[in-house]
Ligand binder design. Structure first.
Ligand SMILES: Nc1ncnc2c1ncn2[C@@H]1O[C@H](COP(=O)(O)OP(=O)(O)OP(=O)(O)O)[C@@H](O)[C@H]1O
Ligand SMILES: [Mg+2]
Length: 320
């Protein structure tokens, strides 16, 4: 982590594009924010764009903005990402998801440093530092013909590669410390027992630092007191096989053990029971994350859409 930090502070001073590689959850966005924070542009905006989340038809308007009346529904002028990030940093997350047509426009913009709002006569000057990230091997996406080679070269002037957590296990105790400090502000930070730390440093963490965060957040909810012990740790790749959302009998057993209940009270009405357990788990996850749905979904090992669907079905509402 120290090596990555050193590299970040060195490359932060320049303006060359940086391409950040790393598995899911390895800290790519955090690294991008760090580069910005250490750069001379730190006082200016940092705009993160998830290239995979924008419908293709809106992409040009989202990046370049539009003038009033540029198209039906354009009732007022709107700034694009390039305008919003002016003099700051534009972080293109999941850059491999950009459609080819948008790649051409993006390349032109970052080669000529000019861009035109939809419906505008003249071009605006673009002044952003471009950072990009992907968990895919971009070279092979180029090989498949879904990513332009010229844009690929333009984006990776500097490469920053984030190793998976299992390749830097020595970081785990430090990371635990930082994460617990964040999760439990104040003086009463819980301690991780030796046996629990042993498990943490030997586990492979396919979900990297994000998974470590989730494991610790769950452990905090289950641990009895100031010490997180081995039995408080529940790893995601193990939990995945007994997905909380689908209630087979083995899932029920998994839930019972996950909640460390000594005595499982038999349900009065079995068919209604899964729903009530599900409801309870979702409520707990929401409370624990202060109603941050994305984080709650990730704690439960489901996606945001699945959480929304379940909340609707079980009529769970956010507090007013
Ligand atoms: N060095 C670190 N110290 C503390 N927290 C970290 C560190 N690296 C990553 N994290 C935390 O791990 C989580 C995942 O990080 P981040 O979102 O940056 O990963 P990512 O590589 O962008 O993931 P994805 O590929 O899923 O988008 C975040 O909550 C982040 O705060
Ligand atoms: Mg990310």
């Amino acid at each position: 982590m120290q090596e990555v930090r050193d590299r970040i502070s060195k490359l932060a001073t320049g303006t060359a594009p940086v391409a950040i590689y790393g598995e899911s959850g390895s800290g790519k966005e955090l690294a991008a924010r760090d580069i910005h924070a250490h750069s001379p542009r730190a006082g200016q905006p940092f705009i993160a764009v998830n290239c995979g989340a924008i419908p293709e038809s809106l992409m040009e308007a989202e990046f370049f903005g539009y003038r009033r009346g540029a198209f039906t529904g354009a009732n007022e002028e709107r700034q694009g990402f390039f305008n919003a990030a002016h003099r700051g940093t534009l972080f293109l997350d999941e850059v491999s998801e950009l459609p080819l047509a948008m790649q051409v426009k993006l390349l032109r913009a970052i080669q000529e440093w000019r861009g035109r709002k939809l419906g505008a006569q003249r071009e605006d000057v673009i002044d952003v530092r471009i950072l990009s990230a992907t968990h895919q091997n971009l070279a092979s996406v180029v090989g498949r013909g879904s990513f332009r080679q010229d844009l690929y070269f333009r984006l990776q002037v500097i490469l920053l590669s984030l190793p998976p957590l299992r390749a830097r296990r020595e970081d785990i105790p430090l990371l635990c410390d930082a994460i617990l400090r964040r999760l439990v502000p104040g003086a009463s930070k819980p301690v991780i027992s030796e046996a629990a730390m042993e498990q943490l440093v030997t586990y492979d963490f396919p979900g990297n630092v994000r998974e470590l965060e989730n494991v610790l957040e769950r452990a905090l909810a289950f641990s009895a007191g100031a010490v997180i012990d081995r039995h408080d740790l529940h790893f995601e790749s193990l939990a995945r096989t007994t997905s909380i959302g689908v209630f087979s009998s083995s899932d029920m057993a998994a839930c019972a053990s996950a909640y460390a209940v000594d005595k499982v009270v038999l349900p009065v009405c079995l068919p209604a029971h899964p729903a009530s357990v599900e409801c309870d788990l979702i409520r707990r996850a929401l409370q624990q994350t202060r109603f941050n749905r994305s984080r709650a979904a990730s704690l439960l090992g489901i996606n945001l859409w699945q959480l929304r669907y379940r909340m609707q079905r079980l009529t769970i509402h956010d507090p007013d």
